[in-house]
Design a protein around this ligand. Structure first.
Ligand code: FES
Ligand code: FES
Length: 242
């Protein structure tokens, strides 16, 4: 029955994993159903073109943890019960580009574009994992597994540096979203949140009300003056109950 189904979520969409796919990597699975933003470069963990973000609920830490992983190396079944976000889930032309994508565009950080989704996902995973803005060094470190044969990296790093901690209150938004509910870290978003004392035990089993507050991710409006709140994919409540 339902609880025995092997499932995963991809960009917020529930997928049932049938038996018999043990030969597939996560990358093959994603590309097979049309999510071709995630690229096959080296196929052996060396280039980062296949980078996606996986999230799962860490019961010890009582929050979701996010990792950038090489989908070319991950056996499909290794992400059972997890949420996979690909570059399509970060932003696109229909839904709107994510500030990371806009910044890359603005700084000409993409030439042939083959490496671009991987770079985006590495930074995205870092930002989703960080409760305070990362430093420039942390941003550079997060890109250590991503190769680009075109840009010389400088435009990419310039594009990504706008997300680093600065002294001039670039991240004023963060303080406004945090701490209204004390230091509580929302189990769904992994960030400080005003959903108060709700814990994973409070989730209603329909999976609807994991968090009484709407997740308001930081809007990096300094990139082009636009905001990006309310579009970020949250951790699927169903996966918190597993
Ligand atoms: Fe190169 Fe996965 S394709 S690391
Ligand atoms: Fe061509 Fe990076 S833009 S590999």
């Amino acid at each position: 029955e339902e609880s025995k189904e092997a499932i995963l979520y991809v960009n917020g969409v529930r997928k049932v994993l049938p038996d018999g796919l043990a030969h597939l990597t996560l990358l093959e699975y994603l590309r097979d159903f049309g999510l071709t933003g995630t690229k096959l470069g080296c196929g052996e963990g060396g280039c980062g073109a296949c980078t996606v973000m996986i999230s799962h609920y860490d019961r010890k830490l009582k929050k979701c943890v996010h990792y950038a992983v090489n989908a070319c190396l991950a056996p499909l079944y290794s992400v059972e019960g997890m949420h996979v976000i690909t570059v399509e889930g970060v932003g696109n032309h229909k839904r709107g580009l994510h500030p990371i994508q806009k910044s890359l565009e603005r700084y000409h950080g993409s030439q042939c574009g083959f490496c671009t989704p991987g770079f985006i996902m590495s930074l995205y995973a870092l930002l989703r994992s960080s409760q305070t803005p990362p430093t420039e060094e942390q941003i550079e470190e997060s890109l250590a597994g991503n190769l680009c044969r075109c840009t010389g990296y400088r435009p990419i790093v310039d594009a990504f540096r706008v997300f680093a901690k600065t002294d001039d209150a670039l991240y004023a938004d963060i303080s406004s979203l945090s701490l209204q509910g004390g230091e509580f870290v929302c189990p769904s978003t992994g960030k400080p949140c005003s959903c108060g004392s709700k814990t994973v035990n409070d989730i209603d089993t329909n999976g609807q009300s994991i968090c009484s507050a709407t997740y308001k991710p930081v809007s990096y409006s300094e990139v082009d003056g636009s905001t990006y709140t309310d579009k970020e994919l949250i951790f699927p409540p169903e996966l918190l109950l597993r």
